[in-house]
Design a binder for this molecule. Structure first.
Ligand SMILES: [Zn+2]
Length: 289
C-alpha cells in the first residue's frame, strides 16, 4: 500500500492490490475522519494500524464516498465509528452490495469475515459541515460515476477527496454520463490545490485543468461513438470495435483495466441513448381524439 502525507494531519493511501483504489484520513483532536476503506481486508487493517500507531488516534467517522465495495467494504473494521454517506448509498449497500459480497466470498477467502455495515448518518442534498480545529470540512454530492457519489472538501486548503467522480478514466456504468460531465465542470470551477481521486495518483493544482479537459473530451467522444452505433443499429457487442484510443485515452490506465471500463462506458451510453430514443418514438395521439 502506498501512503503519502498531503497536509498537516492529512494522508492518503493507495492500494497495490486492486486498481490503485484510494482512501484518505484527516486527523482531528476528537478522532480521525476516514474517507473510504480499501478493497482488501489486509490493506484496511494497515490503515487502521497507521491511525492507531502513527497518528495515535482512532476512527471516529467514516465517509463512504459511494456504495462500491472497493470503497466501503472495510467499514466493519471500525465498529466504533459513525458512518456518513448519501442516503442512496445506504440503500444501494443494503441491496446490491449484499448480493455482490455473497458471491465475492465464494471466490476470495480473505473476505470470509467481511460484513456489510450500513452508514448511520445520511443526507440527500446540500452540504454537511464539520468544523474541527482550524479546518472546515464540507461533504457534498458529486454524482455521475454513481448517483450516490459524494466528495469531501477541506475548505481552507482546497483539497478535495473526490471518490470516483475523479479517476484516471471517467467511468459511469452505474451512473450517468451527463451528470458526470456536470460534476467534472463543478470540480473544475472549485479552485482546488489537490484532488485525491478514487483511484490513482493525487492530482496537483497545475494538472487539474488539463486532466478535466481531457476527461470532458473523452466523454464527448464516447457519446458520439455511441450515438453513431445507435444510428447504424449496431448490436451492442460491436461496441468492442471502438478502441479507447479513438476516444483519446490510453489503455494502460488503471493497471490495464481501462479498455474494459471503456467498453462498459460505451454500453452505458448506447443504452441511455436507446432508452431516450424509444421515449421520443412513442406515437402521439392525433389532435382531437
Ligand atoms: Zn466506484
Amino acid at each position: 500500500m502506498l501512503r503519502e502525507r498531503i497536509a498537516e494531519d492529512v494522508a492518503f493511501f493507495s492500494s497495490d492490490l486492486y486498481a490503485q483504489v484510494c482512501a484518505g484520513v484527516i486527523g482531528t483532536p476528537d478522532g480521525a475522519i476516514l474517507i473510504d476503506t480499501l478493497a482488501l481486508p489486509s490493506e484496511t487493517q494497515e490503515i487502521r494500524e497507521y491511525i492507531q500507531q502513527r497518528m495515535n488516534s482512532t476512527v471516529r467517522f467514516i465517509v463512504n464516498t459511494h456504495h462500491h465495495a472497493d470503497h466501503c467494504g472495510g467499514n466493519y473494521f471500525f465498529p466504533e465509528a459513525q458512518i456518513i454517506s448519501h442516503e442512496l448509498c445506504r440503500i444501494l449497500m443494503d441491496s446490491k452490495d449484499r448480493g455482490a459480497l455473497a458471491s465475492a466470498k465464494q471466490e476470495n477467502r480473505d473476505l470470509s469475515n467481511a460484513q456489510i455495515i450500513l452508514p448511520n448518518v445520511t443526507f440527500r442534498e446540500g452540504s454537511l459541515y464539520f468544523l474541527v480545529g482550524k479546518r472546515t470540512i464540507r461533504i457534498f454530492p458529486l454524482p455521475g460515476h454513481t448517483p450516490d457519489g459524494i466528495g469531501v472538501l477541506l475548505e481552507e486548503e482546497r483539497i478535495l477527496f473526490a471518490g470516483d467522480a475523479m479517476m484516471p478514466l471517467p467511468f459511469f456504468r452505474d451512473g450517468d454520463m451527463d451528470q458526470m460531465v456536470a460534476t467534472l465542470k463543478t470540480i473544475a470551477g472549485m479552485g482546488l490545490e489537490n484532488i485525491v481521486q478514487g483511484h490513482g495518483d493525487v492530482i496537483l493544482r497545475g494538472e487539474i485543468d488539463e486532466m478535466i479537459a481531457s476527461h470532458l473530451i473523452y466523454l464527448d467522444r464516447v457519446k458520439k461513438e455511441a450515438l453513431n452505433a445507435v444510428r447504424w443499429n449496431w448490436p451492442v457487442e460491436d461496441l468492442r470495435q471502438i478502441p479507447i484510443e479513438k476516444c483519446g485515452k490510453s489503455r494502460i490506465l488503471l493497471n490495464g483495466l481501462a479498455p474494459d471500463l471503456h467498453y462498459q462506458n460505451l454500453v452505458a451510453a448506447y443504452q441511455k441513448i436507446r432508452r431516450e430514443e424509444s421515449v421520443a418514438r412513442v406515437p402521439r395521439k392525433p389532435a382531437g381524439k
